[in-house]
Design a binder for this molecule. Structure first.
Ligand code: SF4
Length: 335
């Protein structure tokens, strides 16, 4: 049965009418799920007790916690979730002063096969539904010890743009009734060019993150096998078009790997390939991952200096959750 959160307003009204409940239960149920962040019918106190079980059947919580270790003095929580069919995914919640960010998964595993990534080693098992994605955000928003949830990043397990419809539907819930600004939502992609162009036309000021990791096709073909279909120049041109359509500066993600992509000539080439106005670079230290032979680069400062000399703005991503394998490229959802 299609989950309540995936029904359009007319279908939601139809379900409520079929149960013989008053029409305003539609708004009540949506408020409990998306504003009060509760799938628990016992908390739906403005709904008569006799009706709650039937409503809960329309809108079950698609996620069950398997475990939720914390790191960084309790400022980071990585939750392993079990889905209704037994599959496992992870999300990571991070507290910052006055606000929180959740990193969500969009697929079980990933079919893109990037060799430095733990998720890529699993292969694609299945796409998540919009309800399964939104439920990760709902859970993050109800975490009592964390400040207000202001940012959602699609950088967990999976290539979000390879699961376009459900990802977009979840974003419309998050940026709509959940009240998180679309500007606070980042969609990361390894470079599915037609889907980047589609996203640019959605009329949402989302942040696009391009996982580039190399400025040249020779190396990127190895680090991101999708590059053989959509090479660097095409991916960057799509990023530029995204900026032109949305006015949102694109974040170019670059995981610095020791003696693989950290040479100063690559920093210069990267800087030359990007436009100052439409892109900035977010450098990531490679996180240790079992089965991955590469390690983080020790030449970050040199790389930053060369890149900055080309006029491109550079930030260095704060690495969170490394000791619980909750950092970028480490999500593998092992039970
Ligand atoms: S880096 Fe992203 S696109 Fe590549 S395998 Fe990992 S999850 Fe998939």
């Amino acid at each position: 049965m299609t989950h309540w959160l995936e029904l359009d307003p007319a279908a939601q009204a139809g379900q409520i009418a079929a149960l013989g409940f008053p029409r305003f239960r539609v708004g009540q149920l949506n408020r409990h799920l998306l504003t009060h962040h509760s799938f628990d019918p016992d908390t739906w106190t403005d709904v008569p007790k006799a009706e709650r079980a039937a409503l809960a059947e329309l809108a079950p919580n698609p996620l069950t916690v398997v475990r939720a270790p914390s790191a960084d003095d309790g400022q980071t929580i990585k939750t392993l979730w079990r889905l209704a069919d037994g599959e496992l995914v992870e999300s990571v919640l991070m507290a910052y002063p006055g606000r929180s960010t959740v990193c969500v998964s969009s697929q079980v595993g990933c079919g893109m096969g990037c060799p430095f990534c733990a998720t890529g080693q699993l292969g694609l098992r299945r796409n998540l539904t919009a309800a399964e994605i939104a439920a990760q955000v709902i859970a993050a928003a109800r975490e009592p010890a964390f400040p207000r949830l202001s940012n959602v990043v699609f950088m967990g397990m999976g290539e979000p743009l390879a699961n376009y419809g459900p990802v977009l539907a979840s974003i419309r819930l998050i940026a709509g009734p959940m009240g998180i600004s679309a500007r606070g939502i980042t969609v990361s992609t390894v470079g599915l060019v037609p889907r980047i162009d589609q996203l640019a036309k959605e009329g949402l000021p989302l942040t696009l993150a391009l996982s580039l990791h190399a400025p040249d096709d020779e190396l990127r073909d190895q680090l991101c096998p999708l590059n053989r279909r959509f090479p660097v120049a095409e991916v960057l041109a799509a990023g530029r078009r995204y900026f032109d359509a949305t006015g949102r500066r694109v974040s170019v993600e670059y995981a610095l790997i020791d003696s693989v992509n950290d040479q100063t000539w690559r920093a210069e080439r990267l800087g030359r390939a990007l436009g100052r106005r439409w892109a900035h670079v977010n450098l990531i230290g490679l996180n240790p991952t079992p089965g991955v032979k590469w390690k983080a680069s020790g030449r970050q400062a040199e790389f930053v200096k060369c890149l900055a000399a080309t006029g491109i703005s550079v930030t260095i991503r704060d690495t969170r959750g490394q000791d619980i394998a909750g950092a970028c490229g480490q999500l593998a959802a092992a039970d």
